[in-house]
Design a binder for this molecule. Structure first.
Ligand code: MEV
Length: 328
C-alpha cells in the first residue's frame, strides 16, 4: 500500500477570473485528502471512499464510471467523485506506460466535497502521487501538478484552471496566471472559514460566468477588474497589509456576486464576518454554496459565524506549507 495526502485550499483572490487568464492567489490549508493505493493482480479499480460527505461507499468496476454498480448515494456525487478517480488513474497509466494496471484505492478526506476548499484537486493530486509511486515512479511536483490539472480539465469538460491542482501539489500561497504557476511569500494570514453544509456545481457555475461574459461587455469587464484587484492584492501580500487585503477580499466578493456565483447563505456568512469586524470576507472557490473565507486574528468572526443561521461549521485554517505528502 502506498499512501499520499494533499491539502485543500482557499482563494484569497481571483477564482473564476483565473479561468480566463487573469491571475489568482489560492493558499493551501491544513485540511487534507489522504489516498492509499495498492496494486491489484488484475486491471480493475476498486474504490473505497470515506468522509467525502457521501456517507462512505465502495465500488468495484473494471472500466469507466458508467460500469459501477448501484450504491445508496446520489448518482451525481458518485459520478463526480468517481470521474476524478478514473481520470487520475488514466493519467497514472499514461505516465507510467502501465496501461493495464489495476488498483485498490482508499480515499479519506477532511475537506467537504464541492464546497470551495479544493477537495477534488486534493484527491486527484494524492491519488496520482500514490498510484505512480505504487508502480515505482516518483513524479516531480510540477509534473504531478500538470497531470492533476489534465485530470480536472477533462472531468470538468475543459473548464478548469491550473490554480487548484498546482496549489494542492505545491502547498503554500501560490500565484497562477494561465500556464504560469509559482509559489509566493505570504504573511501569517489569520484565516477563518465558514461552511454552509452545501456544495456548488463547479461546471454549471463556470458555464454561467462564461455565458454572462459572452453576453455582456460589462461582465467581461468585471472579470478583468478581478484581475486588476488580484494584482493589487499581490502588492498588499508583499507588505503584509491585512487591512488592505481585507478590503480587496470584500471587493472581490462583490464582483463574484455580480457574476452570479454567490448565494444567500454565502452572503449571510460574509456579512456576519464583516459585522464581527473581520478585515474582510469573501466566498471561496466556485461558489453557489459551500465556504467563505475571512481574515480575522480575533475570535469574533468564528464566534459570529457559529451563531449565523445557514452556517453549519466555522473553523480557523492554518496555511499548509507543504503540498503533497508522501506518507508510506
Ligand atoms: C474552483 O475551485 C475555481 C474556479 O476558478 C474554477 C477553476 O479555476 O478551475 C471556479
Amino acid at each position: 500500500m502506498t499512501l499520499s495526502s494533499a491539502p485543500g485550499k482557499v482563494y484569497l483572490f481571483g477564482e473564476h477570473a483565473v479561468v480566463y487568464g487573469e491571475p489568482a492567489v489560492p493558499c493551501a490549508i491544513e485540511r487534507r485528502a489522504r489516498v492509499g493505493v495498492q496494486r491489484r493482480e488484475d486491471s480493475k479499480l476498486r474504490v473505497h471512499a470515506e468522509d467525502l460527505s457521501l456517507d462512505g461507499f465502495t465500488v468495484e468496476y473494471s472500466g469507466r464510471t458508467d460500469d459501477h454498480p448501484d450504491v445508496d448515494v446520489s448518482d451525481s456525487l458518485i459520478a463526480a467523485a468517481m470521474g476524478y478517480v478514473d481520470g487520475a488513474i488514466d493519467q497514472v497509466r499514461d505516465v507510467t506506460g502501465e496501461d493495464d494496471a489495476g488498483f485498490d484505492v482508499t480515499i479519506e478526506s477532511d475537506i467537504p466535497l464541492g464546497a470551495g476548499l479544493g477537495s477534488s484537486a486534493a484527491v486527484v493530486v494524492a491519488a496520482i502521487d500514490a498510484a505512480t509511486r505504487e508502480l515505482g515512479v516518483r513524479l516531480e511536483t510540477d509534473e504531478l501538478a500538470d497531470r492533476a490539472f489534465r485530470t480536472e480539465y477533462e472531468v470538468q469538460n475543459g473548464q478548469a484552471s491550473r490554480a487548484d491542482t498546482f496549489c494542492s501539489a505545491t502547498g503554500g500561497a501560490v500565484r497562477v496566471e494561465g500556464e504560469d504557476c509559482r509559489t509566493i511569500d505570504a504573511p501569517d494570514l489569520p484565516l477563518v472559514i465558514g461552511f454552509d453544509g452545501g456544495a456548488g456545481d463547479t461546471g454549471a457555475l463556470v458555464s454561467g460566468v462564461r455565458t454572462l461574459r459572452e453576453e455582456y461587455a460589462f461582465a467581461a469587464d468585471t472579470v478583468e477588474t478581478v484581475g486588476d484587484l488580484v494584482r493589487q492584492g499581490e502588492r498588499a501580500l508583499e507588505t503584509g497589509d491585512l487591512a488592505e487585503l481585507g478590503d480587496l477580499m470584500n471587493f472581490n466578493h462583490g464582483l463574484l456576486s455580480a457574476l452570479g456565483v454567490s448565494s444567500r447563505s454565502l452572503d449571510a456568512m460574509v456579512w456576519a464576518a464583516r459585522d464581527a469586524e473581520a478585515y474582510g470576507a469573501k466566498l471561496t472557490g466556485a461558489g453557489g454554496g459551500g465556504c467563505i473565507v475571512a481574515l480575522d486574528p480575533t475570535e469574533a468572526t468564528e464566534t459570529a459565524l457559529k451563531f449565523t443561521p445557514g452556517c453549519e461549521e466555522a473553523f480557523r485554517a492554518e496555511l499548509a506549507e507543504e503540498g503533497v505528502k508522501r506518507l508510506e
